[in-house]
Write a protein that binds this ligand. Structure first.
Ligand code: FAD
Length: 430
């Protein structure tokens, strides 16, 4: 008999809650990862860099497990079907996994939980990807916060060493199932190609000194680029938060709390994945002009900061946070294109794509979210440029045509677009 630890977006062996608890139980532990066909089949780019990233993270885990005389079990298919075959291949006592808060993941885990239950197998799940999850930071009446500031006040007050203690698994690795290396599919075998994209380092201990002063300036490159590592769990949030406290990086700490805030919101309000958090905003009559959308995607709007941002995204899979706000606001307000179109484009392109933060960021920019920018605050892309990239360093790096004065003419006049947006919003909200 064995027990299984099922990795999903927690791709590391150390300081992993589910694996720690699994290893402390009484049965040999087999570590499993499933390349989920329900998710992979939706990816249109066969060289999607995120699949390469996952594959690399799993290769590292496989090597670490082999060193310990064990192996990763890697499967490819639909989780419901894969579990049926696993239950035929192995005599499973219990399954361990970490909580996953996205609507699809909740549904998946419910279905698998039922399957396991029907075989009298316990399914144990743990908090791992956040310091505080769904119901841990709530109002005194038990209802979720929908505004960040009071949420963060309580989040900070609650934060102590207990919640940041790492799950130190080393003494228990001897409880891994002893087994020769199992077959490990290549990217090709799961229908993908290797991406040549550069991945940011997972080292977060160096960059924080400049964060508070420079994080809003895209040319300064003063942020950590940890997003992809937090997304796939190749770093532990507890270690990251401990580092923030050690360095007194208060602003950075609050950004990490935004991440948890948005996960909490998506958990309590799953409808907000596809609808405006504030329902009246679903009444906005979007223009949804397709050729304007394509111009925005390609970075051909004639607004330097918007174009540079979209080109950085297309070339690298990353966009600076300040510029994400500007391009998102531009799409929803200047072009009056449904925020869901922009959200879907980011989902396709961002290495650090995370459903909760992406929906949160888009609804914030559009005005439809909880704790969002008020709708009448329309970012002026020219002023944003003046303030945050005054020497045009960022723009020249990503959209060098502006240096040669070869840029396209603005797709729309700012004042005209601003008035048009305000009218459309007012109409919907009255
Ligand atoms: P740092 O500034 O170094 O921050 C460290 C980590 O904190 C980030 O990696 C991220 O996990 C978290 N974080 C920072 N800022 C935010 C924030 N505002 N909201 C939530 N978490 C935050 N972030 C994503 O992780 N995935 C997304 O898909 C995503 N989509 C966004 C869409 C829009 C329209 C906007 C305005 C923001 C979005 N963000 C998203 C938030 C933010 O832009 C990125 O987290 C940040 O730019 C990533 O860069 P970094 O890793 O260098 O972050």
């Amino acid at each position: 008999e064995i027990s299984i630890c099922w990795l999903r977006r927690d791709l590391r062996l150390n300081d992993n809650a589910a694996l720690y608890h699994a290893l402390k139980s009484n049965y040999p532990i087999l570590v499993l990862f499933i390349f989920d066909e329900n998710i992979l089949s939706k990816l249109t780019n066969k060289a999607d860099a995120r699949v390469t990233f996952i594959h690399q993270a799993l290769t590292k885990i496989q090597d670490e497990l082999a060193e310990k005389g064990s192996s990763l079990l890697v499967k490819h298919g639909k989780p419901e079907e894969i579990w049926q075959t696993i239950l035929k291949e192995y005599h499973v006592k219990a399954v361990y996994a970490n909580h996953d808060y996205e609507p699809y993941a909740r549904e998946r885990d419910m279905v698998i939980g039922e399957t396991l239950k029907s075989h009298s197998i316990n399914f144990y799940t743990f908090k791992d990807q956040v310091v505080f999850e769904k119901d841990e930071v709530v109002k005194t009446d038990g209802k979720p916060y929908t505004v960040f500031t009071p949420y963060y006040r309580v989040w900070l007050k609650k934060l102590n060493d207990f919640y940041l203690k790492s799950y130190h698994a080393t003494p228990y690795f001897k409880n891994l199932l002893s087994i020769k290396s199992l077959p490990f599919p290549s990217l090709k075998e799961i229908g993908f190609e290797k991406s040549t994209r550069h991945f940011p380092s997972s080292n977060f201990e160096v960059k924080l000194n400049k964060y508070d002063q420079e994080r809003d300036y895209p040319a300064a490159d003063a942020t950590t680029r940890l997003g992809i590592h937090l997304r796939f769990g190749t770093v532990s949030i507890r270690a990251v938060v401990k580092e923030a406290l050690k360095q007194g990086a208060d602003k950075w700490l609050s950004e990490l709390a935004w991440r948890e805030f948005y996960m909490m919101i998506l958990w309590h309000f799953p409808y907000s994945a596809t609808h405006s958090f504030k329902p009246a905003y679903d009444n906005i009559i979007w223009r949804n002009n397709e050729s304007e959308f394509v111009a925005w995607c390609k970075g051909e709007t004639g607004y330097p900061l918007v174009d540079a941002g979209m080109r950085q995204l297309n070339a690298t899979g990353f966009m600076h946070n300040r510029v994400r706000m500007v391009v998102a606001s531009f799409l929803c307000k200047h072009l009056l294109i449904d925020w869901r179109w922009g959200e879907a484009y980011f989902a396709k392109k961002l290495l650090d794509y995370d459903q909760a933060s992406n929906i949160g960021g888009w609804q914030w920019a559009c005005g439809s979210g909880n704790d969002a920018a008020p709708y009448f605050r329309v970012f002026n892309p020219a002023l944003q440029l003046k303030k945050f990239d005054p020497k045009m360093e960022y723009v020249y790096q990503w959209a060098p045509a502006y240096k040669l004065a070869l840029a396209p003419v603005p797709i729309v006049n700012h004042e005209f677009a601003r008035d048009r947006a305000l009218n459309a919003y007012k109409k919907a909200l009255n």
